[in-house]
Design a protein. Structure first.
Length: 233
């Protein structure tokens, strides 16, 4: 009886040690590369000289589950010291969470939105006043629909804003979104999406700011496609 009791105590100790270790392993699962793209094929618009690194050359992207968040990392073939050319350009990544279409829009600098109240009251006739916090790197998670008006016009509802980090040393853009905000749970599948934008060739792409809502194939600087589906653990 004593020998059985000792064995049970030892089994309980092993389980207690293994439990937290398994949880830690689960929370820090390795990044999964979900897309790749040839280096050196950006700047198709010719808006910048080929010798100027705009930070738009997509190379690869990963998704990693960290506890109750998903971390997205996009690696580039080039990146200037500022991370990318500020407010004027956006990185778009369309995803489907269990079939529901969403988009992530990322930029290295965000100056906020026009103060429509000040404009309406005549206090800002030139539209120069801005409201909201100024961000050095922001990721916007949104649910979008597409209207066809000769072009694919995208209407989106923002569901959340998150810090985006542009690192010129590693040529990466990184941001994290809580699983709850993405309506994702254990077993959920994060696949390539983008809804109507995908018809323009933009599932994952860099575009100029003016083309963010009304893309055409000619307004895409560089594009890639998510070929691997990520499964939430």
């Amino acid at each position: 009886m004593k020998r059985i009791t000792t064995l049970l105590v030892m089994m309980a100790l092993v389980a207690a040690i293994a439990g937290p270790a398994d949880a830690k392993k689960k929370a820090s699962a390795k990044p999964v590369q979900v897309f790749e793209d040839p280096s050196g094929d950006a700047n198709s618009l010719g808006t910048l000289p080929a010798s100027v690194p705009g930070g738009f050359d997509l190379v690869s992207g990963t998704i990693q589950q960290k506890g109750k968040e998903l971390e997205f990392v996009v690696t580039h073939g080039d990146m200037p010291p500022t991370g990318s050319i500020g407010e004027g350009f956006r990185l778009i990544w369309g995803v489907a969470v269990d079939g529901t279409q969403y988009e992530m829009t990322i930029k290295s600098f965000d100056i906020g939105k026009p103060d429509v109240i000040a404009s309406a009251m005549g206090q800002d006739p030139n539209g120069e006043e801005r409201v909201g916090q100024v961000y050095q790197g922001v990721a916007r998670f949104e649910e979008c629909g597409t209207i066809s008006l000769g072009i694919n016009w995208s209407q989106c509802t923002a569901l959340g804003y998150y810090e985006a980090i542009f690192d010129p040393a590693t040529m990466t853009a990184t941001w994290s979104i809580p699983l709850g905000d993405m309506k994702a749970k254990k077993g959920s599948e994060i696949a390539g999406g983008g809804g109507g934008r995908a018809t323009t060739g933009c599932q994952i792409c860099w575009v100029p700011q003016y083309a963010e809502r009304s893309l055409t194939p000619n307004s895409i600087i560089d594009a890639a496609t998510q070929t691997i589906t990520f499964k939430v653990r």
